[in-house]
Design a protein around this ligand. Sequence first.
Ligand SMILES: Cc1cc2nc3c(=O)[nH]c(=O)nc-3n(C[C@H](O)[C@H](O)[C@H](O)COP(=O)(O)O)c2cc1C
Length: 179
Amino acid sequence: MYPHADYVTVNISSPNTKNLRELQSDAALDALLAALQAHRLELAATHGRSVPLFVKIAPDLDDAQIALIAKTLKKNRIDGVVATNTTIARDAVRGLAHAEETGGLSGRPVFAASNRVIGQLRAALGKRYPIIGVGGVMSGTDARAKIAAGADLVQIYTGFIYKGPALVAEAARAIAVGR
Ligand SMILES: Cc1cc2nc3c(=O)[nH]c(=O)nc-3n(C[C@H](O)[C@H](O)[C@H](O)COP(=O)(O)O)c2cc1C
């Protein structure tokens, strides 16, 4: 996809692929990112342009794990981070029908967890490191909260299903007002 993409995200945080999230651990992540960076340099030489590489992480990480990921991203000169994927936690839906089914939760139940990760990443990575915030943006106010948490850009998945394209304009307006 290199010649066609504006940027590429490496997703190591889906709960639906067995053992995938183990790639977020220290040694495995370092090895993966080093290999990707080396391959990207070859592709950049072949195609005459450097396509930014992002890594997408889970919301179900503790502070130490997030700090380690931040360090490994910087060490391997990865261009940015996408935070976050769906959550395997059930706190936000405890007691509801189907709450205990397997798989990742998106939308409202991942909003706060995702914002926490974004905030931690911003603190660990400094002001200028690109962070794409995603998780539970269902309104313009939510989009603004993602920026306030530390994101530079906002992605929407589940909110788009419920609200459609109008949510994009709503989010853009809310972010502009907040500037
Ligand atoms: C049905 C479904 C499929 C998804 N597939 C992917 C995927 O293939 N790759 C990926 O990185 N994230 C995937 N995600 C995660 C979303 O891109 C997003 O990070 C997450 O749902 C949180 O954002 P949201 O609350 O706006 O949906 C998927 C989410 C859902 C609900």
